[in-house]
Design a protein around this ligand. Structure first.
Ligand code: NAD
Ligand code: DAU
Length: 340
């Protein structure tokens, strides 16, 4: 497919900014509109040199703003929607923003994309829509059974997207990825939180018994998977994108501590997340059949990622101040009761 102009909603967040970088490196002839509200999770600094590139136009805006979305999407061929409230713990405290952005915002994007007859609308969804699985793997036909307000809002959006295919034959595709890690991830999430805490000898708040399992996907592999689906994916289809790399949280934490040369005594067991999904695990045959696979081992990608946070204190220190400090105190009251 000859793509000229991408409309990338949420392109200043973690995965979105890595995707913008990926696309601009791979497609010299592309144009990119990054449309992002710049919530606490969005950051112009994530776009580094790309923001100065004349192929990129940055628009600060809310995907729930119909007028602005309609104006800025004109002339775009492909819409990729990363924009969302994404942190499960925040959705437990305040679901409203999740319902607003993740569901209603998706509806606004779908309407504009339909009006402009885009060649592809890609909804970036998550494995969390399937809920938790004790054994085996989720496939694209597994039922959706979301646990948190976050995953319920993502699942709702998926249903809307599919309805635009069935009703209007809009060329949509949905990707459901597992847990991403890599550069530019907000320090509220497990890996960046534990790396940056460990660097400063602060406690690592482990929920429950630490035996919850996540399937870890390096962000660049996720970006390659999205491109594969845009190029060769079937209209109206769902594609799982998993890292094929299941780890318990304690295994991830030990890898971080070992790489940084820090002691296990930094681990603190804290009150578990309500409704905490025990295990996520994906089968990805349809994407693998299109020639996709992760390119490197988890160990190597973890070491590169940890080194990135070691080198980029300038980037994450700014995000750990202000609103984050208040969030942190509210989220981890147990830590205040325990000595460091
Ligand atoms: P993130 O929280 O780092 O970034 C979200 C971005 O969306 C931010 O730049 C934010 O400013 C923007 N945004 C939020 N509300 C907006 C609104 N109303 N209008 C416009 N922009 C808005 O998230 P992420 O981890 O990069 O996740 C990106 C997408 O991928 C999300 O849809 C998420 O559900 C999905 N996903 C994430 C993971 C993961 O492990 N992080 C895994 C699977 C799927
Ligand atoms: O699976 C895909 C999902 O992965 C995405 O859809 C979400 O947007 C993304 O945030 C992520 O969700 P998780 O809830 O799995 O990620 P998080 O980093 O918050 O937690 C990973 C695991 O680590 C989970 O079992 C909870 C645990 N955890 C997390 C934090 C922040 C802790 O034990 N302590 C913590 O402080």
């Amino acid at each position: 497919m000859k793509i000229r102009t991408y409309f990338i909603a949420g392109g200043a967040g973690f995965i979105g900014s890595n995707y913008v970088r990926h696309v601009m490196a791979k497609r010299p002839d592309c144009r990119v509109v990054v449309f992002d509200k710049l919530t606490y999770a969005g950051n112009r600094a994530n776009l580094e040199d790309e923001i100065m590139d004349e192929r990129l136009r940055f628009v600060q805006g809310d995907i729930c703003d119909r007028f602005l979305v309609d104006r800025e999407m004109r002339g775009c061929d492909v819409v990729v929607n990363f924009a969302a409230e994404t942190h499960v713990d925040r959705s437990i405290h305040n679901p409203s923003a999740f319902i607003q952005t993740d569901i209603l915002g998706t509806h606004v994007l779908l309407d504009a994309a339909r009006k402009y007859g885009v060649k592809r609308y890609v909804q970036i969804s998550t494995d969390e829509v399937y809920g938790s699985i004790e054994e085996g793997l989720f496939t694209e036909t597994s039922p959706i059974q979301p646990s948190s307000p976050y995953s319920a809002s993502k699942a709702s959006a998926d249903l809307l997207v599919l309805s635009y295919w069935r009703t209007y034959q809009m060329p949509v595709v949905i990707t459901r990825a597992s847990n991403n890690f890599g550069p530019f991830q907000h320090p509220e999430k497990l890996i960046p939180l534990f790396v940056t805490n460990a660097m400063d000898d602060k406690p690592l708040p482990m929920y429950g018994d630490g035996l919850n399992v996540r399937d870890w996907l390096y962000v660049e592999d996720h970006c390659r998977g999205i491109e594969t689906v845009i190029e060769a994916g079937e209209k109206g289809a769902i594609y799982n994108i998993g890292g094929m790399c299941e780890k318990t949280n304690i295994e991830v934490t030990r890898k971080i501590l070992e790489t940084l040369g820090k002691p296990e005594s930094l681990i603190r067991r804290v009150t578990d997340r309500p409704g905490h999904d025990r295990r996520y695990a994906l089968a990805c045959e349809p994407l693998v059949a299109l020639g996709w696979r992760p390119l490197e081992s988890w160990e190597v990608r973890m070491e590169q990622t940890i080194q990135w946070y070691v080198d980029r204190r300038d980037w994450w220190e700014a995000l750990r101040s202000g609103e984050f400090e208040e969030y942190y105190r509210r989220q981890y009251p147990d830590l205040a009761k325990q000595p460091d």
